[in-house]
Write a protein that binds this ligand. Structure first.
Ligand SMILES: [Zn+2]
Length: 241
């Protein structure tokens, strides 16, 4: 794996958009522990996310701001997507710093989360504020599995990593459900690094893995690296595809 290199950071530490997820927590270490901001949008998994944010911040000594400036709960789609979420985040984060770290990983390419989208958002805010505001991710070249590997290679605590929350369940329970897309990605990246993380239901037995994900990985709906990581994870628990 190529050694990841943080982008040049002439404007200081900037601010990291932190969600206590499996990407943004390693990113906080990777970026040299910058100030973080969490946006509570009143989305359906915000209560568990917020508990994880506060727990990790207290445990690790993070400079944390929790923002409740925005309520986008009525925009949340059934699949938990909130359109243009990262553009809203960037506009509010620009009140706090000129450099905004928003974590996207290799293969992310949604309307508001890609290197191109971040360029557009940064250009818009720069044009409207007259300041040079930029939004970047340090992890565009790394998969979630590689991010977790980087974290572990630094000798950072597995216990902290397991306090992260990446599940889109809506019943407020703090346990990872094991049967949502976020849990499946979490499980893959952890099991591929030898970590046996707790889930309410075994993600590899989720019916949608067999009926949707495996066929979609074979037919090219997802990038090759996503397919390889899912198949490696399944093989680790004895599931062959
Ligand atoms: Zn879940």
């Amino acid at each position: 794996m190529p050694e990841p290199t943080p982008e040049p950071n002439p404007l200081g530490a900037g601010v990291l958009l932190f969600s206590a997820g499996l990407d943004s927590f390693p990113a906080w270490h990777f970026l040299g522990r910058p100030p973080v901001v969490y946006f509570d949008l009143r989305h359906r998994y915000a209560p568990q996310e917020r508990v994880a944010v506060e727990k990790l911040a207290a445990r690790c000594g993070m400079d944390l701001t929790i923002s409740r400036e925005l309520d986008l709960s009525d925009r949340e789609a059934p699949d938990a997507i909130i359109p243009m979420r990262n553009a809203y985040f960037a506009m509010l984060a620009a009140d706090r710093a000129d450099l905004i770290w928003c974590i996207g990983v290799k293969g992310d390419h949604t309307a508001d989360k890609s290197p191109e989208a971040f360029g557009v958002i940064g250009n818009m805010i720069t044009a409207l504020t007259g300041r040079d505001v930029r939004i970047h991710s340090p992890f565009w070249e790394l998969t979630k599995t590689e991010i977790v590997r980087w974290y572990l290679e630094q000798g950072l605590p597995t216990d902290d990593l397991l306090l992260t929350f990446s599940c889109s369940r809506s019943d407020g329970r703090p346990v990872h459900c094991g049967v949502c897309p976020s849990c499946l990605r979490r499980w893959c990246s952890l099991v591929n690094n030898g970590i046996d993380a707790p889930f309410e239901e075994p993600p590899w037995q989720w019916e949608r893995v067999r009926t949707f994900y495996v066929p979609a990985m074979w037919n090219g709906t997802y990038p090759d690296h996503r397919a390889a990581e899912l198949f490696t994870a399944l093989a680790r628990v004895g599931v062959t595809v």
